[in-house]
Ligand binder design. Structure first.
Ligand code: ZN
Length: 66
C-alpha cells in the first residue's frame, strides 16, 4: 500500500475559505503583516502602514479587493 502524503481532503463547506488570511503582528515598536500563505511585510513603525501593505498583498493576489 502506497501512502502518499498529499493535500488534506477538502471537507464540504471549507472550500470557500480564503487562502490569504492576514494577521497584523507587533514586535517591539514595529508592526508587520503576515499572511497565511507565508507572505509577510517588512516591519513598519506604523501599524496602519503594515495593515495597508497587507491589504495590498491581498489585492495583488485577487483576494477581495477593498
Ligand atoms: Zn497571502
Amino acid at each position: 500500500m502506497n501512502h502518499v502524503h498529499s493535500e488534506l481532503p477538502v471537507a464540504p463547506g471549507t472550500t470557500r475559505m480564503p487562502e490569504h488570511r492576514l494577521v497584523i503582528s507587533e514586535r517591539g515598536s514595529f508592526a508587520f503583516a503576515t499572511c497565511s500563505c507565508g507572505w509577510y511585510s517588512p516591519a513598519r513603525r506604523s501599524r496602519d502602514l503594515a495593515r495597508r501593505e497587507g491589504a495590498d498583498h491581498l489585492a495583488g493576489n485577487g483576494a477581495e479587493p477593498d
